[in-house]
Design a protein around this ligand. Structure first.
Ligand SMILES: [Zn+2]
Length: 212
C-alpha cells in the first residue's frame, strides 16, 4: 500500500530501460560514463561541419534518456548526461574552451519548460571546470527539422542563427543529438562570422549509421 502510494508520488522507473528502482539504474549510468565513441561524421557530410565528437550512438537506452530529459523534463538526468557530454568534449583535447549550446527556438523552450541544451552545456562545463555561454541566438524562426530531408534541413537552418559576444577562447558547440549535422554547420558559420574560433562540436549522441 505504502509502496503503491510512493509510486504515485515518486515514479522512479529508469528512463533508459524501465527498470523499477531509484531512477537512473546503474547500468544506464554506466553507459553515460563509458568511453566516447569519438569523432563521428554524418553521411552525407555537410560542407562546413566542424569535427564532431559523440559519447554514444543515438539508440536504445541513451536515446530514451535524452528524450526523457528533453521532452519530459527529467532534470535528474541533466548531471549524468552532462558528464557524458563532457567526455565527448574532451575528445577534442583542446584545454581551455568555452562551451556554447545550440539554441532552441523560444517556442520550443516555452513548450518544454526548459532549455535542455543549455542545461547540458552547463552540466558539462561544471564537469570540465570551464564556462558555458549562450553565444548563439535564433536570428529567425525555423520549421521543425523532423521529417525533412538532409537537403531540406540544411536549407531550413541556413542563416537561422546569430552569434554574440567577444571572441576569445576556442568555442566547442554542444548539443544533445546530431542527426544530419545541418544545425552544427549553421552554429559554426554564425560563430565564425562573429570572429569566434570554433574548436569543434560535441554531442551526447549521433545517429548510428552516420558514425565513422
Ligand atoms: Zn536503466
Amino acid at each position: 500500500m505504502l509502496a503503491a502510494l510512493l509510486d504515485l508520488v515518486l515514479p522512479r522507473a529508469c528512463a533508459g530501460c524501465g527498470t523499477q528502482g531509484l531512477g537512473l539504474c546503474p547500468s544506464c549510468r554506466a553507459l553515460l560514463g563509458s568511453r566516447p565513441v569519438g569523432l563521428v561524421r554524418p553521411s552525407p557530410c555537410p560542407p562546413g561541419l566542424p569535427e564532431v565528437a559523440a559519447l554514444s550512438p543515438y539508440q536504445g537506452e541513451v536515446k530514451r534518456l535524452l528524450l526523457a530529459h528533453k521532452e519530459k523534463g527529467q532534470l535528474g538526468l541533466t548531471a549524468p548526461l552532462g558528464s557524458g557530454l563532457a567526455a565527448a568534449v574532451r575528445v577534442h583535447s583542446l584545454g581551455a574552451v568555452l562551451l556554447c549550446p545550440v539554441p532552441s527556438s523560444p517556442s520550443a523552450v516555452r513548450q518544454r519548460g526548459h532549455d535542455h541544451a543549455m542545461r547540458l552545456a552547463r552540466a558539462a562545463a561544471r564537469t570540465l571546470g570551464v564556462e558555458a555561454r549562450r553565444l548563439l541566438v535564433p536570428a529567425r524562426a525555423v520549421a521543425d527539422q523532423a521529417g525533412l530531408t538532409t537537403r531540406q534541413r540544411a536549407e531550413n537552418v541556413a542563416g537561422a542563427l546569430r552569434a554574440t559576444g567577444v571572441p576569445g577562447l576556442p568555442v566547442i558547440v554542444v548539443d544533445d543529438v546530431m542527426t544530419t549535422g545541418a544545425t552544427l554547420v549553421e552554429a559554426a558559420r554564425a560563430l565564425t562570422a562573429q570572429g569566434h574560433p570554433v574548436g569543434g562540436a560535441a554531442v551526447v549522441a549521433a545517429t548510428r549509421r552516420r558514425t565513422v
